[in-house]
Design a binder for this molecule. Structure first.
Ligand code: SME
Length: 154
């Protein structure tokens, strides 16, 4: 299972880098990241970015059911990831105080902060699953690496 997940991430990374390397538009790169991950990974029910705009999170490129438009820093899993500056892995959204339920079918999620080449926090990637406990350190490792390479220039 974990082996299959790693293989899927490695295939996604190759496709995402082929699409994004040499492209300097952050929003089109976000759209490409979402387009590949959402369609290639198992259990990705909602996959999308919230961008930091004027001190709050605003919906960016995503795939899945309709997401909420804005999230305040410090609110929900996404706002917490920004406030703490680190990836949040939530095994059961019911156990996360203040979780924002855009679609009540979401059961677990991972939210990864995204920094640009200057090290500024510009967005988060939010992935939700309809299964509990869908995300772990394998997801954290690959998503952090892909985002650092594609959007952080590392
Ligand atoms: N899960 C998020 C809200 C956004 S949606 O699920 C698309 C949160 O609590 O931050």
């Amino acid at each position: 299972m974990s082996f299959e997940k790693e293989t899927n991430y490695q295939r996604c990374r190759v496709r995402i880098e082929a699409l994004c390397d040499g492209n300097d538009d952050q929003i089109s790169k976000m759209a490409s990241v979402v387009g590949v991950l959402h369609n290639e990974m198992n259990n990705f029910f909602w996959t999308g970015f919230y961008r930091v705009v004027e001190g709050r999170l605003v919906i960016g490129p995503y795939q899945g059911t309709v997401g909420c438009l804005r999230i305040e820093i410090g609110q929900g899993v996404c706002g917490t990831a920004v406030a703490m500056g680190e990836t949040q892995v939530v095994e059961n959204v019911d156990d996360f105080p203040g979780h924002i339920a855009c679609d009540e079918r979401s059961q677990s999620e991972i939210v990864v902060p995204v920094t640009n080449e200057s090290g500024e926090l510009i967005a988060v990637l939010d992935v939700d699953s309809v299964e509990k406990g869908a995300f772990d350190d394998v997801d954290r490792k690959y998503l952090e690496e892909i985002l650092a390479h594609v959007l952080g220039g590392r």
